[in-house]
Design a protein around this ligand. Structure first.
Ligand code: PHE
Length: 455
């Protein structure tokens, strides 16, 4: 059965589409991954390079996904079949696989955010860093983690099953404004903390020396983060743009979406660093356990920290939910379009499969890394890279024409866009892919081999 027989759903309003894309973009990447990467890469220097990449890499790449989606009005597999021939048809499959794997463990991490919201309200947070770490390790895996993973996945299924207009669009219209208001509120609170001044200078005044000395690690980390945080490289923006009925100005929509995502990441830094500095935690320390260990311990140290912490983790859970629905929608749209399955059946089936695939990640942190590194550093980058090569080098005319629908003649800006895709975007993705593969190899032969040995 093909999509032609089934009337395709559409966003009801422009703001609905924008909120859905912002909801997808704003997620664990902004609130969890961004601050710990800033910490790891030495502060303000990373922030500067990251902002540069958002504009030079993220913006052109997002427009590529938008034009492919709107032009084909299909899910990623159908879209790539339509515009590509030969092996290019299969690029869509990489997107589906990436979405499937990422949501399987994203949901586990989202489960932790639910657990930490409850923790604040019930017992408060532990101020001692070592004890906080032990607590995280015990909460992160096991039966309870699996249960919360199920709860979160059920919420995602429930929203996606209802559909685009009454499910996703309605949900993001509530969630996105809530996320924006609460993050601003928390940043204002953080400004009153004693460590705020020191935190701001760490976060906001770049030292050229630090950038020059660490550019080899700053550049790929900033590029990867720019791609991940904008939900690029796995067909989310193709899928969401495929539900656009009319010809809007995609460049304007893209700029608004990117503006919101960047603002939320930036503001999160204004929350996290003052809290860490006030509690005397070195921001370079946290690593991946960042918000669940250092930040949780810092909440344990603050007056009313249990409440601030619960609000913070609750917001992270909502942000994760609005991203997770976009991940599920990529796969569900494929099943609906190409297989003719009904939306609720598709959502339950796919969500159930993702839940099962996520169980190992909720069972042991090493297995979560196994999935995360593979999906994030290899699959996501590979899918993005292939799409950029296809559109940048062999479909550029079609792409420019599609982008101009709703904008008008772009003149030389059009070729600036195509050349940005052809050279900087592709180069950066190539470098990121190489480093990602090397890193994965190290993980497989190091921590993972050790873990297997212990079993
Ligand atoms: N952009 C989301 C975040 O920042 C993550 C994500 C990646 C969501 C890819 C969908 C697709 O958390």
């Amino acid at each position: 059965m093909s999509s032609v027989d089934i009337p395709r759903e559409q966003w009801a309003t422009r703001i609905g589409f924008i909120f859905a894309a912002v909801g997808s973009a704003v997620g664990l990447g902004n609130i969890w991954r961004f601050p710990f990467q800033v910490g790891q890469e030495g502060g303000a220097g990373f922030l500067l390079i990251y902002l540069l990449f958002i504009v030079v890499i993220g913006f052109p790449a997002m427009l590529v996904e938008f034009v492919v989606g709107r032009y084909t009005e299909r899910n990623p597999v159908g879209a790539l079949k339509q515009v590509g021939s030969g092996i290019w048809e299969y690029v869509g499959w990489i997107f589906i696989a990436t979405g499937f794997v990422i949501l399987s463990y994203y949901s586990v991490v989202a489960g932790w955010t639910i657990r930490y919201t409850i923790l604040g309200l019930q017992d408060g947070y532990i101020a001692d860093a070592a004890e906080a770490e032990a607590q995280f390790v015990s909460l992160a895996s096991g039966l309870e983690a699996i249960l919360l993973h199920a709860v979160f996945m059920a919420a995602v299924i429930a929203i996606v099953a209802v559909g685009i207009e009454r499910g996703i669009e309605l949900a993001v219209k509530v969630m996105v404004p809530a996320i924006i208001l609460i993050t601003i509120g928390l940043a204002i609170y953080a400004a009153t903390l004693e460590g705020a001044g020191e935190a701001y200078s760490y976060y906001l005044s770049p030292e050229w020396g630090t950038i020059a000395a660490n550019w080899q690690s700053i550049v790929p980390a900033a590029a990867g983060q720019a791609f991940f945080t904008l939900s690029l490289g796995m067909g989310v923006m193709i899928t969401y743009a495929s539900y656009l009925g009319e010809n809007r100005n995609l460049a304007e929509d893209g700029a608004i979406i990117i503006g919101f995502d960047t603002a939320i990441a930036f503001i999160t830094g204004l929350i996290v660093f003052p809290i860490l500095f006030t509690a005397g935690v070195d921001p370079a320390d946290p690593g991946a356990g960042a918000i669940f260990v250092s930040l949780a311990a810092a909440f344990g140290d603050l007056t009313l920290g249990w409440l601030i912490g619960a609000v913070f983790f609750g917001t992270v859970a909502i942000a994760a939910l609005s991203s997770a629905i976009s991940l599920m929608e990529v796969v569900v749209s494929y099943i609906i379009d190409e297989r003719g399955v009904s939306r609720p059946t598709a959502a339950v089936g796919i969500g159930g499969g993702m839940f099962l695939l996520g169980i190992p990640s909720a069972y042991d942190l090493v297995l979560l890394d196994l999935f995360d590194l593979f999906a994030d550093q290899i699959l996501l980058v590979l899918g993005g890279l292939l799409l950029m090569i296809l559109v940048g080098w062999s479909l550029s005319e079609l792409a420019v024409e599609e982008l101009q629908r709703g904008i008008g003649d772009l003149g030389s800006l059009a070729s600036a866009w195509i050349w940005a895709v052809r050279i900087p975007v592709i180069l950066v993705l190539l470098v990121a892919l190489t480093l990602g593969i090397l890193d994965y190899y190290e993980f497989l032969t190091g921590p993972f081999a050790e873990w297997i040995g212990e079993q």
